[in-house]
Design a protein around this ligand. Structure first.
Ligand SMILES: Cc1cc2nc3c(=O)[nH]c(=O)nc-3n(C[C@H](O)[C@H](O)[C@H](O)COP(=O)(O)OP(=O)(O)OC[C@H]3O[C@@H](n4cnc5c(N)ncnc54)[C@H](O)[C@@H]3O)c2cc1C
Length: 400
């Protein structure tokens, strides 16, 4: 298959879809994206990209532009405070490639998308906005997709990169619905005081408030707490809700909470998870990104997992003789990594939600003792799993 150029249809132009389009067209495949939104619209604030995600961006050839558009946190420092602003401890995330790749970068999500969309365009990928797939027919040696504009597309491979609420999952007969996690996330965007350069995590009892620079002049804040299922908040009231919900926070949070008003950029998200068992493909259709493995955001890794899916999928297609072999190997390589991230992220969220007021001193003492060790263990294990996945991907190719 390494020599053959495939005709590939990608459904969804988010992080996973754009990354896949870049990785695959760089390897000579003919790629088209269909995206449901009628214009690129990113109603979001910021996103963290840790070193492993930046490595994928490097492999996609986007690292320099992303570093320019975002804000690499000096020394990868994360400063923990309690909710009253008393410092608890600092941790440092690992960089990659002997420090060439920073430990952690904050970036406005729309900026990340701008960089990706420009590259997609420069590579000649056709992007059709305002369009989705209504039906899929696998015809053995090709797959036909009926698009919502009434046209039909024949492809060698269809990639479902349509996010946590993926319609492609159902179209290929997977009846898995996203699971509500019990958490809501409130995010807001502000001007960055020049002295604020760390990632900040403020730890209340069962409630968190974080601050992260995303550019030379902007930062975003994110507050997480338990929220009842199906709780609807009218977007017009989001700034006021955010201010009220995190009113117990002071110290570094105060300035930003006080700033919140009707014109603030605030976003509320009820967090859902997807844990799809293998296989992630049916015939010639494969699911990637959140469509296959949406995670809670506590490790800030969902975007990185989506980008790495794209890189590994392109590699699997190059290494394996048959499409089925490549898709099978792709899923097997990615599942352990994504499940590990999901599991740790889920556990972090659950542990935080169970805290009570009276537990805080013990919690803080534990943080001082173990927080750095936990960071090191997480990234150490992630690196091991990635190395195992790479070996498995290559071994399968040699034997199959
Ligand atoms: C509150 C919160 C905070 C997060 N913070 C971080 C973070 O700091 N760092 C990080 O790495 N990750 C973070 N994540 C996770 C990250 O956002 C996701 O993992 C990532 O966006 C997944 O990319 P994706 O392309 O798979 O899905 P999406 O980003 O959801 O993109 C899917 C795309 O498909 C389109 N689409 C949907 N349905 C259809 C359809 N039927 N047809 C055509 N197109 C369709 C959508 O319009 C969209 O463009 C966070 C998640 C949440 C909920």
């Amino acid at each position: 298959m390494s020599e053959r150029s495939l005709n590939i249809l990608i459904v969804g132009g988010g992080i996973a879809g754009c990354s896949a389009a870049i990785a695959l067209s760089q390897r000579g495949h003919a790629v088209r994206i269909v995206e449901k939104q009628d214009a690129w619209r990113f109603q979001s604030s910021g996103i963290f990209v840790y070193a492993n995600g930046l490595v994928s961006l490097d492999e996609l050839g986007l690292l320099d532009e992303i570093l320019q558009a975002g804000f690499p946190v000096p020394a990868g420092r994360n400063a923990y405070f309690d909710h009253k602003g008393v410092p608890i401890t600092d941790t440092f995330y690992p960089s990659a490639d002997n420090g060439r790749i920073p430990a952690i970068l904050g970036i406005k999500r729309a900026e990340m998308h701008r960089v990706m969309a420009q590259r997609v365009d420069a590579l000649g990928v056709t992007v059709t906005l305002g369009t989705t797939v209504d039906a899929i027919r696998d015809e053995g040696d090709s797959v036909r997709a009926v698009l919502s504009d009434g046209t039909e597309e024949t492809a060698d491979l269809v990639i479902g990169a349509d996010g946590v609420r993926s319609a492609m999952r159902a179209l290929i007969g997977i009846g898995l619905e996203p699971r509500y996690t019990g958490f809501g996330v409130w995010r807001s965007v502000h001007r960055r005081p020049q002295a604020l350069t760390d990632k900040i995590m403020m730890m209340g009892p069962g409630i968190r408030f974080g601050i992260m620079p995303i550019s030379d002049d902007m930062l975003y804040t994110f507050g997480t707490l338990a929220e009842p299922k199906s709780r609807f908040y009218d977007p017009a009231g989001w700034p006021e809700h955010m201010r009220t919900k995190f009113a117990d926070f002071s110290g570094p949070a105060s300035l930003f909470l006080e700033e919140l008003g009707p014109d603030s950029q605030v976003l509320y998200t009820a967090v859902e998870e997807v844990g799809l068992e293998l296989p992630w493909h049916r015939g010639r259709v494969v699911l990637i990104g959140d469509a296959a493995h949406a995670s809670t955001p506590f490790m800030g890794q969902g975007g990185a997992m989506a980008m790495q899916d794209a890189v590994v999928l392109a590699e699997a297609l190059a290494l394996h003789e048959t499409l089925d072999g490549a898709l099978d190997a792709f899923g097997k390589a990615r599942l352990p990594v994504c499940q590990f991230v999901q599991g740790v992220s889920h556990a972090v969220g659950e542990a935080g939600a169970k805290e009570l007021d009276g537990d805080l001193e013990a919690r803080n003492a534990d943080l001082r003792k173990t927080a750095q060790e936990k960071v090191d263990q997480f990234y150490g294990r992630l690196a091991e799993l990635n190395a195992e996945a790479e070996t498995a991907l290559r071994k399968g190719a040699a034997s199959g």
